[in-house]
Design a protein around this ligand. Structure first.
Ligand code: T1G
Length: 735
């Protein structure tokens, strides 16, 4: 784990713990023992600490937090003290990742040489903790309180150049960092380096503490539903005190965070996100045993609201991207929109000017389908008309090379229109596609495992978190969270007069956005499309019915029959959203939805008109209003989604609870500090949720989302831990 190598009078400690050299117990012990050995050896004059696997150290081993192997070794605090107290100078040779505990190790050394491409960060805040191995105390002493208050509470990655500018590293090299560190070591041998012991310094800007702390509170306030950002600020501020006092405060705060449920949930989310790439198909094919052809070129066919966002994902990954529309104007518009997205990235310094031009050079217009004949994948962005889609894909099937994969949301309908059903797969991007990291990949009954492998790899290349699901009806993430949204609409219809009440309840829980704000952002039309599709599956045609009623009664909004048709069927539908859409409210897009929006300010404004519309609606529907408790709002919005999550598992649409959690976190702004909708179920207790689901099922028989999932029932009754839920779901098919 740590190799000790001596060359002339310099000892090197090589950290070797692939893939990212995390500081597991053996590594900590290895560094500690290595420093002791070098200090005891009179022939050693200087020590270099470096990482094998072309990386320095990416931090503590997160797996050990919840799963100690019982191997008692030294703590990271003892390691960092041992480094700083070394009687011989220690030089860190830093490259690739220098993060968390790795950065704490580096700043405890006496000198730091870094490769210019090194990525530095204190990402602890994203795991619900703080740099608790002296990082909050040493880092501001080495750099400044200003820089530490920027870096530690945000967890943002910073470059070697920024590190150098803020005195966090002493030298940057373009190549051969280890050799540079060895050379540097030979220049400091036998020189006094006492002033290089970080803990003995003071931050250079303690006089500015008050202002800096206030600024940090303002900058990070959006994340204050999580404890860690606030605690990080408090801990860094303590660096203005004498080192020993500051350290005690760091330890106390670190302990409080470590034992909070949030840290556990955030660490769970870290691994859940990474577990989605380990996909499996029912026939035993999986990410390990199946190869897919690399996707080096794509064609986006059609254009809509999301096209430019999708296009920029491919451009940023340097994948040749053809945009195919029948009119030149549509193609040009996609180019302009993509250019604007990249220009904004450049303005915000997410990309350099050079990258901006390189990325744009991967964009190509395709005026004729022949130009896209050789692409590796075609992505469907055509209008939602299945006949148009089938027609175009039939033509593409004749033109494209046999290995071209077709990505569409209408897998079965497109597969049957082509001679390549094995090459047809679903890809669902979430809006805005250039920002949202979730990609839902859906396989159909005929999709080949190699097609799945190719598209899952493509997802990784375009930096998406791809979740593989089996194709049923519509987008799985929408189904999961949509049931809770329907509940919100029903409660509004049934007596809540203020949409903010429900939205506040969800936002207090930590959701990025309340239910009605989400409807407005997604757009009324998109919400009504889901309703239209659901009704179609039940054999109803929403628009046909609307036209019929319009013809016969002139103003269908006043038709009791119209609503009664749906209401007194076997199932209740969230028709109030439909009513608003018919009244011309399109959501945030046109400034009118459940809230109002102005062109200057896209923040939702409470709209009293909704209450008036509601009153009329209730009258027509014959709804007797009633009051709701906060608990009922909370339970109906969230427990309905939990029950749906269990159904998605039991129907084998998703493979494991982690996949469902990632969909809720990355597609719907579920609070990361709760871990995801399934993790929330585990923390709340499945028994409690099952009891509530059964209760609502009795109360609302016209809402099928309350039929209890069989898997939830079993898990609740037998008190089965989450790690077995996926296995149990799989075994249930055999029952
Ligand atoms: N511990 C354990 N496993 C880790 C790990 C870690 N710190 N970092 C990565 N992995 C695994 C990951 O699960 C995956 O495994 C593989 O490595 C590649 O990761 C006291 C307590 C370094 C930027 O938070 O941000 O130090 O899925 O797919 O995209 O203050 O990993 O292949 O089996 O993400 O190239 C602070 C977390 C810890 C860094 C690389 N450190 N890691 O990204 O690869 S807390 C972190 C990352 C701490 C001290 C405290 C990223 C990365 P598998 P990957 P990548």
């Amino acid at each position: 784990m740590v190799d000790y190598v001596q060359e002339n009078n310099i000892a090197t400690l090589w950290v070797n713990n692939p893939p990212v050299n995390s500081l597991s117990s053996n590594v900590r012990q290895g560094i500690y023992d290595g420093i002791a050995r070098a200090n005891d050896d009179p022939t050693v004059k200087a020590i270099v600490i470096a990482g094998r696997n072309r990386t320095f150290i990416a931090g503590a081993d997160i797996k050990e937090f919840s799963n100690s192997d019982g191997n008692i070794s030294v703590s990271l605090v003892e390691v960092t003290d041992q480094l700083e107290n070394s009687s011989k100078p220690v030089i860190a040779a830093i490259e690739n990742f220098c993060m968390g505990g790795g950065l704490e190790v580096a700043i405890s050394c006496h000198y730091r040489i870094a490769h210019h491409k090194t990525r530095f960060a204190f990402p602890e805040v994203n795991l619900g903790i703080l740099p608790g191995a002296t990082g909050t105390q040493r880092f501001p002493r080495l750099t400044s309180l200003r820089f530490a208050l920027d870096i530690i509470p945000s967890g943002r990655v910073f470059s070697a150049e920024e590190a150098f500018d803020n005195s966090a590293v002493d030298k940057i090299v373009d190549d051969k960092v280890y050799e540079a560190a060895l050379n540097f070591a030979s220049t400091v041998i036998d020189k006094d380096f006492n002033s290089r012991r970080t803990s003995k310094r003071s931050p250079p800007d303690t006089d500015l503490l008050g202002d800096l702390v206030s600024k940090a509170y303002v900058t990070n306030s959006k994340r204050f539903k999580e404890l860690a950002p606030k605690y990080c600020i408090k801990a860094v501020a303590a660096a203005a005190k004498p080192y020993d006092q500051g350290l005690l405060i760091e330890r106390d705060l670190a302990f409080q965070l470590f034992t909070s449920g949030q840290a556990n949930a955030l660490q769970y989310a870290f691994f859940a996100e990474r577990s989605t790439s380990k996909w499996e198909l029912p026939g035993g094919f999986n990410w390990k045993n199946t190869n897919g052809r690399p996707i080096n070129s794509v064609a986006i066919v059609g254009s809509g609201k999301m096209t430019a966002g999708i296009v920029t994902c491919f451009l940023r990954a340097k994948i040749r991207t053809f945009v195919f529309n029948t009119t030149e104007m549509a193609n040009r518009q996609v180019f302009i929109n993509s250019m604007n997205i990249l220009a904004n990235d450049r303005k915000k310094r997410r990309i350099t000017a050079e990258e901006y031009y390189i990325y744009l050079s991967y964009f190509t217009y395709a005026k004729s389908p022949k130009i896209i004949a050789k692409v590796d994948a075609v992505i469907d962005d055509l209008p939602q008309d299945v006949n148009i889609k089938r027609d175009i894909f039939q033509k593409l099937d004749r033109i494209c090379k046999p290995s071209t994969i077709f990505c569409t949301m209408e897998i079965e309908k497109i597969a049957s229109a082509t001679k390549r059903p094995k090459m047809v797969i679903g890809t669902h991007f979430f809006a805005p596609a250039n920002v949202m990291r979730l990609l839902e990949v859906e396989y159909g009954p005929e999709t080949a495992p190699r097609t799945v492998a190719a598209i899952m790899n493509m997802g990784k290349k375009i930096r998406k978190v791809s979740v593989l699901v089996s194709n049923r009806t519509g987008v799985v993430a929408n189904r999961l969270m949509g049931v809770g949204t329907d509940q919100a609409v029903f409660m509004l219809e049934d007596g809540i007069n203020d949409q903010r009440l429900i939205d506040n309840c969800m936002e207090d829980f930590g959701m990025a956005m309340g239910k009605f704000k989400t409807i407005d952002i997604i757009g009324m039309d998109a919400n009504v499309d889901v309703l239209r599709k659901t009704l179609n599956e039940q054999g109803y045609d929403l628009d046909e019915n609307r036209n019929m009623v319009r013809k016969s009664l002139n103003n269908f909004l006043h038709s009791y029959t119209y609503y009664a048709f749906f209401k007194y069927g076997s199932r209740r539908y969230p028709l109030f959203t439909y009513e608003l859409s018919v009244l011309g409210k399109k959501g945030e897009r046109n400034g009118y939805g459940y809230y109002r929006y102005t062109t200057e300010n896209r923040q939702p404004i409470y709209d009293e008109e909704i209450v008036e519309i509601l009153k009329n609606y209730r009258k027509r529907m014959g709804i007797q209003t009633r009051t709701f408790t906060y608990q009922e709002i909370f339970e109906r919005c969230l427990y309905s989604s939990v029950n749906e999550g269990f159904k998605i598992l039991e129907e084998k649409i998703a493979h494991k609870p982690q996949d469902i959690d990632v969909m809720s976190l990355m597609g719907y702004g579920f609070p990361r500090q709760v871990g995801g909708i399934m993790k929330f179920a585990e923390t709340t207790g499945t028994e409690r949720i099952y009891e509530a689901v059964c209760r609502y099922n009795k109360l609302y028989p016209d809402q099928p989302c309350w039929r209890p999932s069989k898997l939830l029932e079993r898990v609740a009754k037998e008190n089965i831990p989450m790690k077995y839920w996926g296995q149990i779901a799989n075994s249930m098919s055999k029952l």
